[in-house]
Design a protein around this ligand. Sequence first.
Ligand code: ADP
Ligand code: GLC
Length: 478
Amino acid sequence: MNIAMISSEALPFSKSGGLADVVYSLSKALKGLRQNVAIIVPFYQASLAKGIDAEKVAEFDVRMSWRDQRTTLYKAVADGILYYLVANDYYFRRERMYGYMDDGERFAFFALAASEALRHLEWKPDVVHVHDWQSAIVPTLVSENYYNDDAYKGIRFVLTIHNPAFKGMLDRYFLTDFFNLPDHLFDIGKVRFEGMFSTLKSGIVYSDLITTVSPTHREELLTRDGGQGLDGVLEYRRDDFVGILNGIDYGEWNPEKDTRIAKTYGKETLEEGKHLNQSDLLKAYGLHWYGGPVYGIVSRLTWQKGIDILLPEARSILSKGGNFVLLGSGEYELEQRFEELRSQYPDTCGIYIGYNDALAHKIYAGSDFFMMPSLFEPCGLSQMISQRYGTLPIVRMTGGLADTVHPYDGMITGNEDGLAFRDYNVEGLDYAVYRAEELYRNQEGYYKVARAAMGRDHSWRTSARGYLAEYKKLLARK
Ligand code: ADP
Ligand code: GLC
């Protein structure tokens, strides 16, 4: 089968969060199942700087309102996967991937260029798999604008919702002005969402199959409370909506072979590995250890991640003599509040604002507990990475966190692999931390639970088979 992924980010070229990991690892796993896979991504300045060995495949114009944007399509192979990079200096030769006033227009361009790129691939795709709001409009574009074109006949579309909070809200005039789509699509409601035009909603209406990244998040999205406004349209597509749990890349995240940590370790050598990596982590942050547990977090700093309840809890941990280390970036105000915390506890609290792969590995390996008190979490990769490193995640029972963490709640039966709470408030998180401290005082129990966590299978094998089975069902449909 020929599968083309379209995404705004994918490793190894670009990453801001789990989307980049998932598009890359799913593609690699599908290749392992002997499928042809190509990934279409923007050619960002940062990827350019990596000096990719890319070959020019095509050049074409994309009409953007009254302007024509020259587009160059490149092809590159990385880790055995075929990539198509969409280059345009005006939109993508910028410092960051997102966060510009004209992001709506930038990704409108990307979706238009990617739709056009589909005809230049090495093979005709059977399935086009789009991800999140940035590419969700592609099924609409192809269905409405290319329905007479043989190069697109028979293609099946899959949309994966990784983050339902971002809906690609655009002004109505984008429909005709940028996308060359008929204006009545707005009036009949196919692309309208809360009075605006939403690329994500359009994707839900036009795709043959919609998926999200965990079974629990699928159920949440179908409810009024957890649906983030999408429950109505998803209910209408209920029969074509499935939840498939993400995996993690076992090549990248393997404590036995990790070259970025001070000491590699496995289940049998967990105690020694944890000890040495913890010293190394504290040293990297210039911190002192007073005998308490080390709590770590690697995260985008946004309201989704439960940062507002984490801040008071981190203060409480530090006041009891524990260590707290953070790696993250995002909302300026949240970054500042963590900086303040560090200034109050300079020898036990470590804050690194920014993006840093090597440091992320050190935190996963060197912490005792990993904090993930998310308000909502479609899947979450960090809790699974932590488990693989024998670091117990402290999570809120939501979305994929509920599907991957079996919490310790005072009794060790052999099945526990983390800690959890339900209610989104500081008391809830405080309860989970109380359980974490209790477990930490019983070192034998702690290591038993940590070993169980390390033994979980979070590889992509099962999930990739799940996607492939769904693609096959689509192709069998008339
Ligand atoms: P999300 O996609 O919502 O950000 P996930 O848990 O699915 O959350 O994936 C986050 C991924 O991004 C993990 O691999 C995590 O280690 C990584 N990550 C997040 N922030 C940083 C950072 N500041 N530096 C390095 N890696 C980061
Ligand atoms: C999104 C979600 C996260 C998920 C990731 C990859 O960023 O916030 O929960 O793991 O996508 O699917």
